[in-house]
Design a protein around this ligand. Structure first.
Ligand SMILES: Nc1nc2c(c(=O)[nH]1)N[C@H]1C(S)=C(S)[C@@H](COP(=O)(O)O)O[C@H]1N2
Ligand SMILES: [Mo]
Length: 320
């Protein structure tokens, strides 16, 4: 399915890089011609050298992408929330080089038959990488459109054989104050933690991102592996993941622990439920300029058709 953009968004409002547009034309043409598999795998060189900015080979377009124009790459990589790299929007880019993302391992454990460890190079090699263009809607009432590269989280989870006791999935960011200067201060209860219900984690729209704009993820955007859940507020999309745990009970989540009346466990984008300090009915697009008209926020960020059934019978004002 193609997720439509609201019809009032002029395509000229956000200007993606010319290079990127050419790449997309190429991806489209390759998909139509069915030549994706023949494109060769050599361009990453020795996989262990992959760093931010290097191209990810064989990225396939996804039918789940929105057709909204992507936000400029400079905005996506310079206006960030990543408290481990500082609390100002400009801090993560400035401090990005302090985070070393190779080697990198993710531990998968808890209620599963085959707990284990996966290196990032294996993740890039074993799971076919797709481009997923999704809106990222922050609870602070701004949004951007990001051409992520990634793959369904469920594909990775299945490999570790979760048992019937696995009702939730918990995630943790790296804890290492030598590489993450923000962790030298107690602004959050480190490590950053998030969680999903099992059905949310297995939903085909939920991805682990390894890149953006066709290239290895910049550190400030959560390299080398970050969660992206397009129908939830941005804070659910935890960055720089080192641990995934299947649990019986709802796991602790960083912002929910900090301010439970402001940030719920579910955090579904919902214009009908305001944050106690600001409205969630609309948002501004990053990069559109200060005087651009605000956009109406859509329930589930526009993905209601795909995900509303997960919450059938739940009072979303109570489970916000
Ligand atoms: N580990 C970690 N993950 C995080 C955050 C953070 O501070 N630390 N901020 C969250 C918030 S509030 C948002 S809006 C998104 C921002 O992602 P972006 O910087 O790639 O746009 O990351 C989320 N993931
Ligand atoms: Mo956010």
């Amino acid at each position: 399915m193609l997720i439509k953009r609201p019809s009032d968004i002029p395509a000229s409002e956000v200007t993606p890089r010319a290079v990127y547009l050419r790449r997309r034309e190429f991806l489209r043409a390759a998909a139509l011609a069915g030549v994706g598999a023949a494109m060769g795998t050599g361009s990453l060189g020795t996989a262990s050298a992959a760093r931010a900015g290097e191209p990810i080979p064989n990225v396939r377009p996804s039918r789940f992408s929105t057709d909204e124009p992507p936000t400029d790459v400079d905005d996506i990589t310079s206006y960030n929330n990543f408290y481990e790299l500082g609390t100002d929007k400009s801090d993560p880019k400035r401090n990005a080089d302090q985070l070393e993302t190779r080697p990198w391992q993710v531990v998968v454990e808890g209620e599963c038959e085959a707990p284990g460890v996966m290196g990032i190079e294996d993740v890039l090699r074993d799971f076919p990488q797709e481009e997923r263009i999704y809106r990222l809607r922050c609870v602070e009432a701004w949004a951007m459109v990001v051409p992520w590269v990634g793959f369904p989280l469920g594909d990775l989870l299945k490999r570790f054989k979760p048992t019937s006791n696995a009702r939730y999935v918990a995630f943790e960011t790296l804890y290492d104050p030598t590489m993450l200067p923000g962790q030298r201060r107690g602004v959050l209860d480190w490590p950053y933690r998030e969680g999903l219900r099992m059905d949310e984690a297995m939903h085909p729209l939920t991805i682990l991102a390894t890149g953006l704009y066709g290239e290895i993820l910049p550190n400030q955007n959560g390299a080398p592996l970050r969660l992206v859940v397009p129908w939830k507020y941005g804070f659910k999309s935890i960055k720089s993941i080192v641990r995934i745990r299947f649990t019986r009970d709802e796991p602790p989540a960083t912002w929910n622990m900090m301010q439970p009346n402001e940030y719920g466990f579910y955090a579904n984008v919902n214009p009908e439920v305001d944050h106690p300090r600001w409205s969630q009915k609309s948002h501004r697009m990053i990069g559109a300029g200060l005087f651009a008209r605000k956009r109406p926020t859509l329930k589930f960020n526009g993905y209601g058709e795909q995900v509303a059934s997960l919450y059938a019978g739940m009072d979303l004002a109570k489970f916000y």
